[in-house]
Design a protein around this ligand. Structure first.
Ligand code: PEP
Length: 259
């Protein structure tokens, strides 16, 4: 039963996994499994060195799975060794990027200001952005879930113009659920998503809030996807481990299409 007019969105975050042949095979497999699936947007977030390979595989399969990158520089160009700009990503056939993923916030050390700058740089260049927010276990146990989500989302969305908001998706990813096999309950996910939507409404108006997709990430897999996706404000998923198996990822995309 459709619960909103928002088209569901499911992204596969491959993280620092695969090799060139494996990336090609995985992308082709995802397209094959999704050949008859409609009413949902799917994207794969691929390691930088394999973007062009996956671009070719997606084009060859002819299925409109979006190509995504896992990071982007906040700078336009210049002497920033090792960085990859939004323009370079666009030039490589990329549609979307992740910003604020918990592994970049908590392992690499990116702060709210850098996540916001990367989000703006990607949107200014014309990319779509999936902005990730979410609390750590410690923060959850201290009752800070809503405050952390609000702080991270507010920082990332504060300076965005109205005309770019349609290219923004929020991913609520409780850090304690990422790669751990633990999943937020559907009630917890719905509660966090509804609060994030209310926050977007208070910042950018009800129309923008109603249109914005808010997806869940954290050990979503074929066996638990449907019950999470059935909730009103859960508009899709960001999938790590399960996105490395084409059949599992496709099963989640299918569940989203049917939600
Ligand atoms: C992620 O990396 O965004 C993620 C949700 O990972 P996993 O599905 O493995 O928990």
């Amino acid at each position: 039963m459709p619960t909103s007019s928002r088209t569901p969105y499911v992204g596969g975050n491959w993280k620092m996994n695969t090799d060139r042949a494996g990336a090609r095979e995985l992308a082709a497999g995802v397209c094959e499994h999704l050949a008859d699936v409609e009413g949902v947007e799917a994207a794969v977030f691929v390691p930088f060195p394999y973007l062009l390979t996956v671009r070719e595989a997606l084009d060859k399969a002819g299925k409109r799975v979006k190509l995504g990158a896992q990071d982007v520089s906040d700078r336009e160009n210049g002497a920033y060794t090792g960085e990859v700009s939004a323009a370079m990503l666009l030039d490589s056939g990329v549609h979307a990027v992740l910003t604020g993923h918990s592994e970049r916030r908590h392992v690499i050390g990116e702060d709210d200001a850098l996540v916001a700058a990367k989000t703006r740089a990607a949107l200014d260049a014309g990319l779509e952005v999936v902005v990730c927010v979410g609390e750590t276990l410690e923060q959850r146990e201290a009752g800070q879930t809503d405050a952390i989500n609000a702080r991270q989302a507010r920082a990332a969305l504060a300076e965005l113009r109205a005309d770019v908001l349609g290219r923004v998706t929020i991913a609520y990813e409780p850090v304690w659920a990422i790669g751990t096999g633990r999943t937020a309950t559907p009630d917890d996910a719905q509660d966090a998503h509804a609060k994030l939507r209310a926050l977007v409404g208070s910042m950018h108006g009800q129309a923008a809030a109603g249109a914005m997709r808010i997806i869940y990430g954290g050990s979503m897999k074929p066996s638990n996807a449907a019950e999470l996706l059935a909730r009103e404000d859960v508009d899709g998923g960001l999938i790590g481990e399960a996105s490395l198996k084409a059949a599992d990822f496709a099963a989640i995309v299918r569940a989203a299409a049917e939600s």
